[in-house]
Design a protein around this ligand. Structure first.
Ligand SMILES: *[C@@H]1O[C@H](CO)[C@@H](O)[C@H](O)[C@H]1NC(C)=O
Ligand SMILES: *[C@@H]1O[C@H](CO)[C@@H](O)[C@H](O)[C@H]1NC(C)=O
Ligand SMILES: *[C@@H]1O[C@H](CO)[C@@H](O)[C@H](O)[C@H]1NC(C)=O
Ligand SMILES: *[C@@H]1O[C@H](CO)[C@@H](O)[C@H](O)[C@H]1NC(C)=O
Length: 212
């Protein structure tokens, strides 16, 4: 393995943190991996109906669950570790758990998305990392981009919502992004976050480095 040019990445996610979807699938080499294959599995919310338990939002910004999802502070599900080169494109996709009564897992709340990397300083397996180190933001999705859903297409037209569609992630099922080419080779932990209302709920992991 050429350690100098690779970085390992496991992934957390926190699509689960504040909304009714979990970004449980890593998109690697242009292919969707299985739910929880590379992403730490989250636990159902206690005393909650089956259709809501896994996708129930975390609404406590002070909980460690905000980093990787409910009960995913440690990688007890032992997800695989992806070897990704700096400069490569990866993505996160909504995993199978979906809100009761919806047709498919996708992001539908208004709000911004972001992706983060955190370097694991320990010696053991990435599963032992609780995400308490420094996090660097490598992606922020606010306005619409070329990845946003095209509401001019007949299949999407009925879902157009003037207020929500200004957000780039409205109704997408995934998002792809590039690991910055300048990322030093090391072992990293990656997380995808989603906020319902940035002014009220989202508290980014700290300390933070805003990369734009
Ligand atoms: C991300 O990439 C995957 C794999 O190529 C693709 O299926 C998916 O539609 C892409 N997501 C977006 C929002 O473009
Ligand atoms: C957290 O995950 C562990 C490992 O699967 C499980 O034994 C435990 O019951 C879970 N706790 C909650 C609150 O879901
Ligand atoms: C879930 O319900 C049980 C039985 O009513 C109760 O003892 C427990 O405290 C509840 N857990 C939570 C997190 O509300
Ligand atoms: C996003 O869109 C708003 C409204 O059109 C605009 O004011 C703002 O400059 C845009 N932000 C970026 C980063 O392009």
């Amino acid at each position: 393995m050429r350690l100098a040019t690779t970085l390992a990445l496991t992934s957390a996610l926190a699509g689960s943190t504040t909304a009714h979807y979990v970004m449980g699938r890593l998109i690697l080499d242009g292919k969707w991996t299985n739910t929880w294959e590379y992403v730490r599995e989250v636990s159902p919310k206690e005393n909650t109906s089956a259709g809501l338990a896994l996708v129930s939002p975390n609404i406590d910004p002070t909980s460690p669950d905000i980093r990787c999802g409910r009960n995913a502070t440690l990688g007890w599900s032992k997800p695989k570790v992806a070897i990704v080169k700096a400069g490569d494109t990866i993505g996160f996709g909504a995993g199978e758990p979906k809100l009761e009564g919806t047709d498919a897992p996708r992001l539908y709340h208004p709000g911004f998305g972001s992706a983060w990397l955190s370097k694991y300083e320990g010696e053991g397996s990435l599963d032992e990392y609780d995400g308490s180190g420094e996090w660097v933001k490598i992606l922020q999705i606010v306005n619409r981009t070329e990845q946003s859903v095209d509401f001019d297409l007949p299949e999407n037209k009925p879902y157009y919502d003037k207020l929500k569609a200004i957000w780039g992630t409205f109704r997408v099922d995934s998002w792809n992004f590039t690991i910055p080419a300048t990322t030093p080779p090391d072992v990293y932990f990656s997380s995808y976050d989603y906020a319902l209302d940035p002014t009220k709920i989202f508290v980014p992991p700290e300390p933070q480095v805003w990369t734009g």
